[in-house]
Design a protein. Sequence first.
Length: 84
Amino acid sequence: MFEFDLFELTRAMVTTVVGLTAVLASLGVILCSAPIYCALYLIGHMICLALLFLLYNAEFIAAVQLIVYAGAVMILFLFIIALL
């Protein structure tokens, strides 16, 4: 009656888990009162976003997301917060 493709089912489950993790990390950014933890939650959200880009076969955008945003910009934010 129904044909189940194991690859598509696994991909859908992984996409759901990564998406929910991204939502939880963004809630952590909003609800956290300490700025250092807020920045760490934002890094986690950006990593989840890069994983979602990988799942949708956008490898270049995922690499740019990790290198530019999660790598350079967020580390700069962490240094600025640490200096305050």
